[in-house]
Design a protein. Structure first.
Length: 231
């Protein structure tokens, strides 16, 4: 009902209350800009912000850090958190579009840190690389949605390097490890998954990796994601 308000603006509150009165069955929300203002307590149905900083000194991990901030406000209120990610550039203060790997890292790092909705601003990308990446990510997130929302007890996991961010899930009696490299450097990571052996299928990549002594060892290119399924 309102985008990027300043702290002294009462219009978002009025608009939200009016929207809920007209249509109480659907969520209504205000989108905030973290550089301007974000409320300490969530006043609407969804915790939402935007962050467009690729091409002006930012990195994908910034979006993950802001997801953590959103979750601290959203979870106590029993609300989902959404983020608007960047799909364009060459306008305003932004010198360029994100690359495909940067977009991949932004999406996956936000999902790993708990985001529940991803939107994009503002236009279709100019580069075919970024557009194809966004199409790919849409298909992958659709596939992962029931896994991400699963409330089944997840496996215990640990990773050998802090630049590999990950989340573990259990769904339909299968274990899933969703991991992403937050750095530009190629890394070899060891992911320990409790009670696991045999092989793991790497979703979306048409390959498998061995699990030796409960450990998955795999290479991550800069900003690359891997999703492991263990039966």
């Amino acid at each position: 009902v309102f985008d990027e308000p300043m702290p002294d603006n009462q219009t978002p509150k009025t608009a939200y209350e009016k929207a809920k009165k007209i249509d109480p069955a659907h969520p209504a929300y205000v989108n905030y800009a973290p550089g301007f203002y974000f409320p300490e307590k969530l006043p609407t149905d969804i915790a939402s912000l935007d962050l467009y900083n690729i091409g002006c000194g930012g990195v994908p991990m910034d979006q993950a850090n802001h997801t953590d901030m959103l979750e601290k406000i959203a979870l106590p209120a029993g609300r989902p958190s959404w983020i608007w990610l960047q799909s364009s550039g060459n306008a305003y203060w932004i010198s360029r579009e994100p690359t495909g790997p940067e977009e991949e890292a932004m999406d996956y790092l936000c999902l790993i840190h708990g985001i529940r909705g991803i939107k994009f601003w503002v236009t279709k990308p100019l580069s075919s690389e970024l557009w194809k990446t966004m199409v790919m990510l849409t298909r992958e997130v659709r596939h992962l949605t029931p896994i991400l929302y699963s409330l089944d007890t997840p496996p215990n996991v640990s990773v050998s390097t802090p630049d590999i961010n990950l989340v573990a899930k259990t769904y339909m009696k299968r274990k899933y490890i969703i991991a992403a490299n937050a750095s530009t450097t190629m890394l070899t990571a060891k992911i320990k998954v409790s009670g696991s052996k045999g092989t793991a299928t790497v979703l979306f990549e048409n390959r498998k990796v061995k699990i030796a002594d409960g450990i998955i060892e795999d290479n991550f290119e800069g900003y690359q994601r891997h999703v492991y399924e263990i039966k």
